[in-house]
Design a protein around this ligand. Structure first.
Ligand SMILES: [Zn+2]
Length: 136
């Protein structure tokens, strides 16, 4: 049986990863939901903080992570004699890649929080204890 290339599999409609990447310009989409009423005095502060985290993933310090082009450098070389074998390799490689990307993000977590609090702490209401100083 002929070896099948991973990039051919990624083009099939079943692979939502590929569709998601196309919609988001080659990047996973980060979403958040703030459960604070719009009328609350804390809404803008929390929203600004979470917006800064979104910025970190779209433009800022984490923009290099979870890039589809990088993922494809891991998946494209994969080959196997069977469709099932190739799918297993793709699944395993994706999980390994994703976990490695998240590990990098976790290592940057304190810096990301410090950065986000440096923006949101300045917004009223000021807390007696601001959070930015916790993340050094
Ligand atoms: Zn945060």
């Amino acid at each position: 049986m002929l070896a099948q290339k991973a990039e051919n599999t990624a083009d099939k409609p079943k692979v939502t990863l590929h569709d998601q990447a196309k919609k988001s310009g080659g990047k996973f989409i980060m979403r958040y939901n703030i459960l604070i009423p719009a009328s609350s005095q804390f809404r803008t502060k929390a929203e600004t903080h979470e917006d800064r985290h979104a910025y970190q993933w779209t433009t800022g310090m984490n923009v290099d992570l979870l890039q589809i082009a990088d993922l494809m450098t891991h998946l494209s070389p994969l080959t196997d004699a069977t469709q099932a074998g190739l799918q297993t390799k793709i699944n395993n490689e994706f999980i390994a890649w994703y976990n490695a990307q998240i590990a990098i993000a976790n290592n940057r977590r304190n810096a990301a929080e410090k950065d986000a609090y440096s923006v949101s702490d300045a917004i009223a209401p000021q807390y007696l204890y601001q959070n930015c100083g916790r993340f050094n």
